[in-house]
Design a protein around this ligand. Structure first.
Ligand code: C5P
Length: 410
């Protein structure tokens, strides 16, 4: 189960750090590759030498180490792993994670990573019960951070209650059960193995001239998260994406495009597919004639009129009946008003099976943000989903796709 998993273990400064040594030994015995990052406080409890001897690798602890940066930058360190495990996770490190601080190597890696995170909290019982820690844990859980423990018991400080770090055996089991970034626990044997999926993501750029274009604020986070979640369940995923500042999701075939027309061509090339999910924010219009040279201002010119023409609708095209139509076609409806009404109408107009409707009014922070509040609209009606992280929306949607495709209907 743990063969070839790449675990980045972040050791924070708590008395339970000694148990982490046993965890490393057990992980390695089961074939996992373990690399350790430690905080300055952790050095008071375990030595870098013991971590390095047990992990069989260098231990990283300095954000500003030129040598480390030359060998492996902290960004790569954070992305090489398929799971980040924080053990022990002290109240302090959990607070810094919850608030996005990056004031040492450990927290910088936690902020920069594209891998999921599992924490094993360990602290005094009152610290664990403190409203600040509770609020931080709620935030982290909500963002998809997995948690193991803490256990009840006698504490090193002489008190009794919840706060003891989970035993290495329990942490090991939580790691083995976690799918990790590349879907190590699901992957080829997952519920979507044998399924071909097509996902569109990001904005499109429609050229006005060689240096200017029409675009929008889409970050691509939701579409990329969906592609990653489908791949984690074992699907063979093609992600056709407009220009975004995101890393390619692990285990996904990525086709970068710029315009709507290029996106449609790439989607057609990716067929046949069992499921298509159109999460891209495709520009409805493009310049009727993209100028071959940079447009110049004429002396005294005060206005410029751009003639626009309609772009193809990729979702509607993929939804058209025919031998190539995916069994399940899913669109998004990003609306700023009368969400349900527009979304239902869109489902009918585009001919897709499901619509994921979300409110992108300025106040919601959905565009470019990490959270999303969506409703799933199917043939059977409207399902409101609670507000959640875009990764959680992606996972829930991927699970629904798996359940539906295995059931044989959309
Ligand atoms: O019509 P509207 O842009 O609101 O529809 C949104 C849905 O349609 C999204 O799923 C989006 O990816 C898809 N779409 C498309 N091609 C377009 C316009 C929208 O695939 N030209």
């Amino acid at each position: 189960m743990l063969e070839d998993r790449r675990i980045l273990l972040i050791v924070a400064g708590g008395i339970a750090a000694y148990k982490t040594l046993d965890l490393i030994r057990r992980l390695r015995e089961r074939g996992a590759r373990v690399r350790c990052v430690m905080t300055a406080a952790a050095r008071q409890f375990v030595t870098p030498l013991s971590l390095s001897a047990l992990s069989g690798d260098k231990v990283y602890d300095d954000l500003f180490s030129l040598t480390d940066e030359a060998e492996m930058g902290h960004i790569q360190l954070s992305r090489d792993a398929d799971l980040l495990v924080v053990a022990p996770a002290t109240a302090n490190v959990l607070a810094r994670m919850a608030h996005g601080l990056a004031d040492d190597l450990a927290t910088t890696v936690l902020l920069a990573t594209d891998a999921p995170v599992l924490v094993a909290p360990a602290m005094n019982v009152r610290m664990w019960d403190h409203p600040a820690t509770r609020a931080n844990m709620a935030l982290l859980r909500d963002r998809g951070v997995a948690v193991v423990g803490p256990d009840d018991g006698d504490m090193a400080c002489g008190e009794y209650g919840p706060g003891r770090m989970a035993e290495p055996r329990a942490i090991l089991a939580a790691i083995a059960a976690h799918p990790g970034k590349a879907g190590a626990a699901a992957g080829p044997g997952g519920p979507l193995s044998g399924v071909r999926a097509l996902v569109t993501s990001g904005p499109t750029h429609e050229a006005i001239d060689p240096v200017r274009y029409i675009a929008n604020h889409s970050s691509g986070k939701q579409g990329h998260a969906i592609a990653a979640a489908l791949a984690r369940l074992g699907a063979a995923v093609t992600l056709v994406t407009g220009p975004v500042r995101l890393d390619d999701p692990a285990g996904v075939g990525v086709v970068p495009v710029d315009s709507a027309r290029a996106m449609l061509d790439a989607c057609r090339a990716a067929l046949p597919a069992d499921v298509a999910i159109c999460a891209a924010a495709v520009a409805d219009w493009r310049a009727a004639d993209s100028a071959p040279q940079k447009l110049k201002k004429a002396p005294g010119q005060e206005t410029l009129t751009l003639a626009l023409t309609r772009n193809p609708d990729i979702l509607a095209t993929l939804s058209e009946p025919g031998p190539d139509r995916p069994r399940l076609v899913v669109g998004f409806a990003a609306e700023t008003e009368r969400l349900m009404e527009h979304a239902r109408d869109k489902r009918a107009r585009k001919g897709c099976d499901w619509i994921v409707a979300n409110d992108v009014g300025a106040a919601t922070g959905t565009f470019g943000g990490d959270r999303n509040t969506v409703h799933l609209i199917t043939e059977d009606g409207v399902e409101p989903w609670p507000p959640m992280d875009k990764t959680a929306v992606a996972e829930r949607l991927a699970a629904r796709v798996a359940a539906t495709l295995s059931g044989g209907t959309a």
